[in-house]
Ligand binder design. Structure first.
Ligand SMILES: Cc1cc2nc3c(=O)[nH]c(=O)nc-3n(C[C@H](O)[C@H](O)[C@H](O)COP(=O)(O)OP(=O)(O)OC[C@H]3O[C@@H](n4cnc5c(N)ncnc54)[C@H](O)[C@@H]3O)c2cc1C
Length: 98
């Protein structure tokens, strides 16, 4: 059964796309691999990410965290929910000295 993405969308501050254009755009990265994801999420907050993870678990699907998509062997290609953190979650909050 198709997960109820409209319900998830209504809970997020960020964006959620299930249209074919976004899914095709996110079906590949800098690699040669290609796989159509179920959906593309662009979270705005930590809470958004928690909700996406909970939703993926409830619906027995996966999440694929994505930054710039420059990984070279298909790391951000998959059949679950691509979670693009580069649109809204793009501030450096702190530096840690090791
Ligand atoms: C032309 C070119 C040259 C390169 N040269 C080098 C090089 O010299 N040295 C080198 O080390 N690498 C190199 N790379 C690899 C590239 O730098 C790394 O793949 C890049 O750092 C990944 O960052 P990204 O934000 O694009 O992540 P993505 O490609 O989006 O993701 C990479 C991995 O990190 C995960 N991920 C992304 N964001 C998050 C997040 N917020 N939380 C948890 N997991 C996350 C993804 O799921 C995926 O598994 C090169 C890539 C290209 C295209």
């Amino acid at each position: 059964m198709q997960p109820d993405f409209n319900h998830l969308k209504s809970q997020l501050e960020g964006d959620l796309f299930i249209d074919n254009v976004q899914r095709v755009l996110y079906s590949t990265d800098a690699s040669q691999y290609k796989e159509l994801p179920l959906a593309v999420a662009k979270p705005k907050t930590k809470d958004d990410i928690k909700k996406i993870i909970a939703f993926a678990k409830e619906n027995d699907t996966s999440i694929i965290p994505r930054g710039a998509g420059t990984s070279l062997v298909g790391q951000v290609v998959g059949s679950g929910i691509v979670v693009d953190i580069s649109k809204y979650m793009n501030e450096i909050i702190e530096f840690n000295n090791w």
